[in-house]
Design a binder for this molecule. Sequence first.
Ligand code: BGC
Length: 808
Amino acid sequence: MRFGHFDDDAREYVITTPRTPYPWINYLGTEDFFSLISHTAGGYCFFRDARFRRLIRFRYNNVPIDAGGRYFYIRDGEEVWTPSWMPVKAELDRFECRHGLGTTRITGERNGVVAEQLVLVPLGESAEVHRLTLANTGEVPKRLSVFSFVEFCLWNAWDDQTNFQRNLSTGQVEIEGGAIYHVTEYRERRNHFAVFGVNAPIAGFDTDRESFVGLYNGLHEPEVVLAGAALGSVASGWAPIGSHHLEVELGPGESRSFVFVLGYVENPIDAKWKAPGVVNKERARALLARFDSSARVDDAVAELRGYWEGLLGTYVLSSPDERLDRMVNTWNPYQCMVTFNMSRSASYFESGIGRGMGFRDSNQDLLGFVHLVPDRARQRILDIAATQFTDGSAYHQYQPLTKRGNHDVGSGFNDDPLWLIEGTAAYVKETGDTAILAEDVPFDNDPADTATLFEHLKRSFHFTLENLGPHGLPLIGRADWNDCLNLNCFSETSDEPYQTTANREGRTAESVFIAGLFVHAAPDFADLAELVGEMDEAAAARRHAQAMTDAVLEHAWDGEWFLRAYDFFGNKVGSRDCDEGKILIEPQGFCIMAGIGVDDGRAVKALDSVKAHLDTDFGIVLNQPAYSTYHVELGEISSYPPGYKENAGIFCHNNPWVMIAETVVGRGGRAFDYYRKIAPAYLEEISEIHRMEPYVYSQMIAGRDAARHGEAKNSWLTGTAAWNWVAIAHHMLGVRPELGGLRVAPCISSEIPGFTITRRCRGSVYRIRVDNACELGEPRLVVDGREIAGTLVPWAPPGTTVEIACRT
Ligand code: BGC
């Protein structure tokens, strides 16, 4: 069942009922200020850091689920309704929410009044702009009372939700005309405040939640709205809110727009005060003035549109499959940009107060956005590398505001360092900017201890080599990509974390996944070594990769598929000898992506085993059989009920590894079948089962052992976005940058008989026309009218347009 449809020209998903199977959200903002907004106007916004600078309050895991946002109550006679349906939930004659690129437009219609709430974070602004347009579509004049509503968060979202003995006494506001200022803690250590203003005269205001809502009322029945008149309440402690009361008269056919701005304002420390005790509001006034008319909002929308069109023009597909086109042209890269901005911090599944930026996650996210914002990717790489230790290991996470490593989690996830090679290689391939390799980068953010970025990569590579186990395979440490495979943890106490509680010190538990990742990263590392003139290092790296390949083939081949690991006791994990968890997905994907077993048929065998044992109607599950009991020697993986998360859930992040592996063995059809099972645009028709947004990937879909097979969770912030991008754009459609040129080697289903791609890269435009189905990945290329040998199109001088014809 569908709950809306795609509008491809507008690049929007149009939700046509408020009763979606879950709140379907969008992200607004491009640089410093971000908003999460659901189709019913729920969510919150923050400046840079979702924990420390949160402007408005949102209640996670609340009843009802999506409570807290920016609401406009409309009082029409005795009736009260909200165009976003929530929170009043009065039935609407029409509802529509258009989630687009950095804009959300919610329209509600009731009893001859249409109310449209357009929301965006304009480029270069630290503010959420709402334009409320009210139209009288009926025959009689309307006299409406409109009440805006936001509830302020007392900045630090963690304190805000826990430290009540303090924060119920700290709230402060100021009011000046139509501008409501949230100035909690400004008088001492903060130099920032929030402003909520409107570009029209107001009939009244409220800033105290209890006065506005009523102590025993919910947001669906605020006393002030029910009574029809603002009280002019001034918050003092408790819960500050911002609410404007507007009286609006509309003749038949008439419409009016009001612009509300919810902004974050920072003053220089020495210019905090206008006069003793009077907040300097100059910047806030200037912000409100920039959006004092509807036309200015139109300009901001157009500017934002231009920004996104510019970014998304980097890779443009035209194929016979509209769902494929909308994934590749709009929604997959859009989600990649959101993961760039948010990492894993703030979503409807990530509270914004927990995790920092992951070392491994951020490097993988980069694979999905490096072509869109290469300059920002460059900085990201340098930031990540600065959290590495001198021995090549790395903090598992770092904090976005300070960019420092997170001590609570520490290091010890032994795959982490290798991802830095993957991320850096992707950047250099995209841009040709080899100068980045010579950048001076600190270890552990210590300016006194620095080395070139290439040296960091070298330490990453050697970290693996210096940490090999008894079979010559990499030691896993606390975990590898699969955070829940904790082979040194042995946790039997419920109150301790799985990953950071390592109860045994051992140098036995080995990861076949890291072995695959090492072999995959090695050629890139060797190429980069050659670029900086380290020829011996390059040659050695290639030898190490061969040795690791040999170790995998000798010790990690289980007969029909690759083993997953050796545990602390040297027992096999992911083997036919195991009772549960006989086969796991990760090494099948990564070893084959690295080329292991491709020549001798083992790769095909392993992939056929994936098909036979792990494939389901809704995607490929992580392992089979699921762990039915807790295995203390395996850790968190076996703690999940069968079918969820890392225990036999469909972990959408690693499905694309299998897709890519299928292209490596020349089976584009099968790769594309897997792709269609999890790509959200193809799941629109089963939204009642899938439940998450049909325009973005979720981290996980419940596997076949789960009662709710096919149901997704944790949409938006997942490495799934980047890896599916790589799978479809680079490997199935087959267009990817390499150091020496643009590789054009499609390997996709015969159901996609032909397509065109326009790819901007390194200052040139490559126009690629694929005429026949390329299921085997061995096409012939004609470049500017001349057939070339192989599939690598050499880089053209900047400013060139290169025409490429591709045939099988
Ligand atoms: C983490 C990843 C990890 C994955 C699999 C995600 O929640 O962000 O770093 O690779 O789970 O365990």
